[in-house]
Design a protein. Sequence first.
Length: 275
Amino acid sequence: MDQAKLKQLKTAAANIRLGILEEVHAASSGHPGGSLSIADILSYLYFSEMNVDPKNPQWEDRDRLVLSKGHTAPALYAALAEKGFLPKEDLKTFRNINSYLQGHPDMKHTPGCDMTTGSLGLGVSAACGMALAGKIRKKDYRVYAIVGDGESEEGQVWESAMFAAHNNLDNLCYILDLNGLQIDGKITDVVDPTPHDKKFEAFNWNVIYADAHDFDSLEKAFAAARACKGKPSVIIANSTKGKGVSFMENQVGWHGKAPNDEQYEAAVAEIKATM
């Protein structure tokens, strides 16, 4: 990857992280840990991978993104703002009762949001439907779905995997955010869903591995997904919960807690120091 592109992606990711922090701090609630872990993935999707147009959010031939782990809406909103779908100043209204930026994505009111999500497991099924519709209508768009590793404990995730493989949805790509933690602790201590790769392989998926915080790794992974024909792909993206804010990293307590003023200022300073 050339340095100009790498710099653009890193800057976008840093701004997405700043947006996440601004949202949850302003609302005094939200889910910063899992939002921060997908910031680099969203940066790559919106600024390198997906064919979208902020001036035409409902463009029929656009690529689609479903945030199946809908509680990490702060990351999606920050990415949409960074891309130009919505004003950055609106991020401060996150979770306000009069705001269109609610705690989980709402496709009816949020420009650029392709699916309303929140109840874990449902988003991937919607993504399958979008991908199948594309096949039936002979469209070239691709569908991406970001899935939480805790979410992968839901049976519906595996029903969708069976459906996607049966219908040869090679225009569909799941990104599994493998940060190892969920609200109740380590995923392996709650209801161990591992090994994800063997499970997806058993459902006849193309399994790809990536470092969720390395843009060269993400570039290779998404290229491999696009190149695969005849079956859906899953990118198992090893990530760090709370990535970018040292005192949040790998700390399950930051799954659904907002920083206070002092913590917010420290987190913002840490991220800005990397820009």
